[in-house]
Write a protein that binds this ligand. Sequence first.
Ligand code: GLN
Length: 545
Amino acid sequence: MPNTKYVFVTGGVSSSLGKGIVAASLAKLLQAQGFRITIQKLDPYINIDPGTLNPYEHGECFVTDDGAETDLDLGHYERFLNVPTSQANNVTTGRIYQSVIDKERRGEFLGRTVQVIPHITNEIKERVQVFGKSGDYDIVITEIGGTVGDIESLPYIEAVRQMKWELGYENVLVIHLTFIPYLAAAGELKTKPTQHSVKTLMESGVQADVLVCRTEHELSTKIRSKISRFCNVAQDAVIQSIDASTIYDVPNLMLEEGLDKVVLKKFGFQWKEPELSQWNKFLFRHKNPENTIRIGLIGKYVELQDSYKSILESFIHAGAENSTAVKVECIHSESLESGKVSSVLSHLHGVVVAPGFGERGIEGKIAAVQYVREQGIPFFGICLGMQMAVIEFARNVLNLKEANSTEMDENTPDPVISLMESQKSIIEKGGTMRLGSWECEIAKGTLAYQIYGTDAIKERHRHRYEFNDHYRKMITDAGMIASGTNPETGLVEIIELTGHPWFVGVQYHPEYKSTVASPHPLFVNFIEAALKYAVPSKKNTAALN
Ligand code: GLN
């Protein structure tokens, strides 16, 4: 009998129902009972990974320690569980097919015809069971992207059917997430779409064991029993997932509904009260803030919240840590290009310039940096945001008026940000940036050192361009110091401005490492600085001593 149990989470009726949050919440509840858990996302699209996808298409691209460019749901998994994920936690159809085709080219199928069943489904099953084989996990939760009935989901559903059959129904469980719409005209919640969705799943030979029903209104006992009867699911396995004011409420909502209990019962495991004291302490602080501050997030994808998911979540963690409500105002960088910078930014207590690619909106970002540098407003530049801070400093302090990044202007006379040496020969776009976790050495006596409390850190990267060392002395002498560098290559990873209350730019992405259990120190300290800026009586202590 296999030791590891497998939970699949599928979705029906509509996309965007929050499968990732339900999967992460269940994982949290099981982890809080002492089970060893991991979560995986299978994405039925043909891209090898979301690294080449526009944020408008797919939201933020989340980066793991091992340098995988992954679905943003992995960010939720890490934020909820406080356990790092890796490439194995996100598999796409593109990756599955690439691996099968590579095997075919190597002759590994010994002359047989290569087909969706069994070759693609075998590859899917292997990618799921790799966690069980490692012996590191009691329960693996695998979320299948998309909606049942989609052509591209079919091989995944078939793989689930096979795994249920091969490993036994007591070892593999399917949670189907559906939507119960409320028809205002009829004043009723409607179960029909759920019935159809469960039926669609059954057409592929998979019976849902648990239904998680997303709804805007409470499900009555009558509705639950109707769903149970029509869908072959026990009534205690009809779980309501009502709209929540924050995603961090969902584990408690699932606990109230008994989702963890039903899952453990089906696997024959004992349920016990999950240990959620730290989680609930965070929730309390998040919901009962003592102060409110306004932070501007300047980027070019601001219409879509998903594009900066990890940054927004990091503010929630850091806000709770400071018992402060962080109101993030998303500001389109292009809107700052018409010279109205002060009217848009003057009421803010801190400004973040977001990561990004390409030329669009960068002059607005540079104008924003100049304003906050001159006004002493706390500034936090992340990746492209850090690069913008260096360009602004070169232009307006060093008077190198045409300073730029070679990403934006190949012929700039002063390329203060330039393509990394290792990137110069690279032509392919996918998976070729400087990715994943890299070491950084922090200089003692700097703000960065004070914030991290150590001189050796590791942070995750996703970029091609870097601070140009040729300008380092000039920039440092003028007051923008390189407080963090890579110990092997000397690449500048952190810059900060002396004589400014809080002005830090990082070449890496700290937002990928902030979790509920471990809010990122840079975000926590930035919020603290913004708070001191907002409430002048609290000022001063941020200054370096
Ligand atoms: N476009 C910049 C680079 O490639 C910054 C990337 C980012 O912000 N993630 O270096």
